[in-house]
Design a protein around this ligand. Structure first.
Ligand code: FE2
Ligand code: FE2
Length: 243
């Protein structure tokens, strides 16, 4: 657990979720990095106990509850979980990471020119992924969900613009591939998200955030490509065979 006598930098280096909490309290990751948490909080008239409590909460959340087997969920519940956990995460994290990358590229790209590329790649990822999750939420997921609920009533619904769920699924899988490709490129140019020895706290927090994003994307894509999409295709085939 972090303590109030540790510096902001030390806490971020050992607790990746801390940067988000500090940013929420307006603790400056650059100018206050070498201050103890006590001092940083005093300067902003914050209660250090409250900040420590939020840090502890974030750590507990990171450990998570007992894992739920996605195969045991209905298509509808699976969709709800993907949207609530992973789409929500994309919406929160990509703007935060892009903003940090922008600041860092402006300040430090003379020493680390790859930060310019990090900034550009994150912008591309944000545009692509925001459009991607919107398509899933507005077109594909409602279609799948309807198929799940109304499986005995009418299928396929008249208002969709595709004949088979396999069409949008294949498009979404291509988009997953390109998101994975951008993240792999981010990993490559940052040498595995390793900040240099001289990195400031924002730099450390950005790279920790990127590494966390990579892990979340892996899980998000796995749930869609390997669990949800095959289930929907299977259900469609079953419905079609009923005539
Ligand atoms: Fe998704
Ligand atoms: Fe997706």
């Amino acid at each position: 657990m972090p303590t109030s006598t540790q510096s902001v930098r030390e806490i971020i280096a050992t607790h990746p979720s801390a940067a988000k909490i500090f940013q929420r309290f307006d603790i400056d990751l650059c100018s206050q990095a070498d201050e103890t948490l006590d001092r940083a909080c005093a300067e902003l008239q914050l209660s250090v106990d409250q900040v420590l409590e939020k840090l502890a909460d974030a750590e507990t959340q990171e450990l998570g509850g007992p894992p739920v087997d996605p195969a045991s969920l209905s298509i509808d519940r699976l969709i709800q979980q993907i949207v609530r956990v992973h789409h929500q995460y994309v919406r929160q994290e990509l703007p935060r990471l892009a903003e940090m990358a922008q600041k860092l590229a402006a300040k430090r790209s003379d020493r680390a020119p790859e930060l310019k590329n990090v900034e550009e790649l994150l912008e591309e990822l944000r545009t692509d992924m925001f459009a991607h999750i919107q398509k899933e939420e507005q077109v594909l997921f409602p279609f799948m969900s309807q198929m799940d609920h109304d499986s005995i009533i009418v299928y396929p619904p008249a208002h969709t613009c595709f004949r088979s769920v396999a069409q949008p699924v294949s498009k979404m899988m291509q988009e997953h591939e390109s998101a994975n490709h951008i993240v792999a490129e981010l990993r490559r140019i940052t040498l595995g998200f390793q900040p240099p020895a001289w990195a400031c706290a924002t730099h450390i927090a950005l790279f920790a955030g990127l590494s966390e994003f990579e892990a979340d994307l892996k899980q998000h894509v796995h749930l869609e490509n390997d669990v949800l999409f095959p289930r929907a295709i299977e259900l469609e085939a079953e419905l079609n065979s009923r005539g």
